[in-house]
Design a protein around this ligand. Structure first.
Ligand code: MEV
Length: 318
């Protein structure tokens, strides 16, 4: 049995603006999603995430009246097969998916799953799909989950490390030291698709203001990327907090995120912001000297969290 991984991610700076072509700075988490393939009769088994185990029958063996669109996970699986040019009937395998990331938490669980599953399918059939082919397959699956993804989650899920991502140019890796980070869970599940739609509506209704905010976020990303390269965490933290203010203007923050950012800064964090789509999900705080103080402040308000390092585990770009 072989197993395949995709990295979880945090967006340090630039979510939402990246959808409009601006750069974003992202980093891989140590946590991710692992998929293993064994010969079998076509089952997908999901575990981890603190949720009950889920078993799903895969399409080649589904009754003809089944409509793929009814189940996002099955549709994503089919999108991967389509992208890799595989006939579902040749795949007689079971896939066990184990996630170390909570779903809908802004930590890139769906992209990590898409990358790991694409690799596992290619591995099961001995296809040896190239990295660009895995990227295309994972992008097809992410489009099922998110509609119009910029591709940043999937790029980091695939390559790890740090990177500045633009829609036009893809991921440019940053060779920098990994960063300790507090990740807090708001406990509110979010749908990236809905939040991206909310920003699109604001962009349509108030194009001048929204473009100015998105442009400002793009500038913060440049400042943050050079701070990461210099190892200047004070400057990075400052850019993160300013980015959070801009994200609030875009309407993608929420009460829990605002509270957690205030608590983190009060506990000495150099900066704090939402990460990913917003509207819930996760908050990141940069508190290299005393991360436990931030966690304690969050815990006292009922928020779960963990401390991790981000930016490690880079794989060479193909
Ligand atoms: C989601 O992790 C990041 C967003 O910018 C959406 C995307 O880039 O696809 C909100």
């Amino acid at each position: 049995m072989s197993s395949f991984r995709g990295f979880g991610k945090v967006i340090l700076l630039g979510e939402h603006a990246v959808v409009y072509g601006y750069p974003a700075l992202a980093a891989a988490l140590e946590r991710g999603v692992e998929v293993s393939a064994t010969r079998g009769d076509g089952m997908l088994l999901l575990s981890g995430l603190g949720a009950p185990e889920v078993r799903k029958r895969l399409p080649a063996l589904l009754p003809p009246e089944f409509r793929a669109g009814e189940d996002a996970l099955i549709s994503a699986y089919q999108a991967i097969l389509g992208s890799l040019g595989i006939d579902p009937r040749v795949l007689r395998h079971d896939f066990a998916v184990r996630s170390e990331l909570p779903l809908g938490s802004g930590l890139g669980s769906s992209a990590a799953l898409a990358v790991a599953l694409a690799r596992a399918i290619s591995g099961a059939l001995g296809l040896g799909a190239s990295e660009p082919a895995i990227a295309a397959a994972a992008h097809a699956a992410e489009s099922v989950f998110h509609g119009n993804p910029s591709g940043i989650d999937q790029a980091i899920a695939q390559h790890g490390g740090f990177g500045v991502y633009r829609r036009a140019t893809g991921l440019v890796p940053l060779l920098a030291d990994s960063i300790p980070l507090c990740v807090g869970l708001t406990g509110r599940c979010h749908e990236t698709r809905t939040l991206v739609q909310r920003v699109a509506e604001l962009h349509r209704d108030e194009p001048v203001m929204t473009s100015r905010v998105l442009e400002g976020i793009g500038v913060l990303v440049q400042e943050g990327a050079s701070a990461v390269l210099r190892g200047d965490l004070v400057a990075l933290g400052h850019a993160m907090s300013r980015n959070q203010e801009e994200l609030a203007v875009l309407g993608v923050s929420c009460r829990e995120i605002d509270t957690m950012c205030t608590l983190a800064r009060g506990a000495g964090a150099l900066g704090a912001k939402l990460t990913g789509g917003g509207g819930g999900g996760s908050v990141i705080a940069l508190a290299p000297d005393d991360p436990e103080k931030v966690r304690a402040a969050w815990r006292s308000a009922g928020f779960e969290s963990f401390v991790t390092t981000v930016g490690s585990g880079a794989e060479p770009l193909a």
